[in-house]
Write a protein that binds this ligand. Sequence first.
Ligand code: NAD
Length: 504
Amino acid sequence: MMEKIQIKRESKKFNENDIVRVAVAHGDGIGPEIMNATLKILDAAGANIKADPIEIGEKVYLSGNSAGIEKSAWQTINKNKIILKAPITTPQGKGYKSLNVTLRKSLGLYANVRPVTAYSPYIETNFPNMDVVIVRENEEDLYAGIEHQQTQDVVQCLKLITRPGCEKIVRYAFEYAKAYGRKKVTCMVKDNIMKLTDGLFHNVFKEIALEYPEIESNSEIIDIGSARLAAHPERYDVIVTSNLYGDIISDIAAEIAGSVGMAGSANIGTNVAMFEAIHGSAPDIAGQKIANPSGLLNAAIMMLNHLGKTNIADTIKNAWLKTIEDGYHTADIYQEEISKAKLNTIEFANKIIENLGHKPTKLPVSNFAAGKGKIEIPKYVRKQQEQVLVGVDVFINWQGNNPQEIGDALSNIDSFKMKLKMITNRGVKVYPNGLPETYCTDHWRCRFVDAESKTEGQTVYNAIEFEKVIALLSKLHNAGFEVIKTENLYEFDGKRAFSLGQGE
Ligand code: NAD
């Protein structure tokens, strides 16, 4: 039996009338204005949300706290497990850590869920039928933040993709589709190039898709996928992708849907969830009381739905939709020929409050209450695999520019039955038999394998002892080579688990 972790909203932990304490960050810039408007609407709708304020953002940064969050805020978050967050301003300059990244990673908020819908003709867009949900992995990938300068010429950033990370996010996307009546999940990756990392994401997607035969699934390479999303967003339903790609395509989606001020997003973890607008603190209009509170309100609606307060979520969403279709708009979405009135933030909130209990007649009516089932993410179970060391990539800082020279020198190293198999520079094979045209930096990846490994067509790798790697490194060091890092080469269950050099 697989142990299930339940996410609160779907486990219907709260009833519509329960009082729920939420950690509320009023944020910076327009943050306090849109938060006050949002809380006023929630209050008027009887959402029974008790806001426990937390101090995060610019003031905290400028007080010398480089993380931008007070200890007391962590305590409130820990107690309440739900955060409603207005945008914050990250001060310019070095040394300030991104609060969003800190919150997402520290709290294990692995799924960033961003529904982007067009509200045409009330909000101007070229894509009136757009209604897409982007489910972005939120914790790993290139955002693990592991970067090094290794030589004078070369810096690197590690792209970490994990099986548990892929399983959680992909399953979340399918479960989301099931719970919200969505028909299709599209995976976007670049596994034609990154065969191991994006390949893992894609393989997990294909495995998990089989468990949801009722939901259509397909995969696209991220470059053409994002181009198609920008040109034909109405063709997409749910998109699941890794952190960096998701960051980019969710901004593309929000931009083409109309106003950056409209969309909310959820950051979902196993125990904690955080809800926020997708836009920033808009310092250019801060204090003018004209900001559109819709992004934060939509985030709050997602929060209510997550908590199990689906009827109240629908009531507020429908009142908001009615307000939009009746033409009561904030300045950012005001259109002379369509809008009836240009309202400031609080006037707009008051109009929504007036509309509580009413439904839109032209825009689709919100019906979270009809959502089916629970989102359940099984706890990750690591399958045992046989892991066999078959070689090592030794990265060497070498200032020469003739691959033959370093290749011959390394081939002559007497290294306890390990032999140099090849050298690459920036991933391209330059030894043996490189091309003179290949540009070489000072960063040489030198692959050593067991001397008896045979290459006839494909290489058959022999297992090696790690002691041989240590001895090799010692020999290289004594021969005057500067080893800057090593990467062990493994087979898992007999399958090569490292990439070949380009041209190998
Ligand atoms: P922004 O989203 O704040 O503003 C971009 C443009 O959109 C501005 O012209 C702004 O006036 C407008 N806009 C944004 N939200 C609006 C709303 N609700 N109503 C009406 N107009 C709105 O992006 P930016 O200017 O690049 O960033 C400003 C600050 O926000 C920066 O300090 C940035 O670091 C921060 N930021 C925070 C978050 C967050 O806390 N989640 C996200 C993005 C940016």
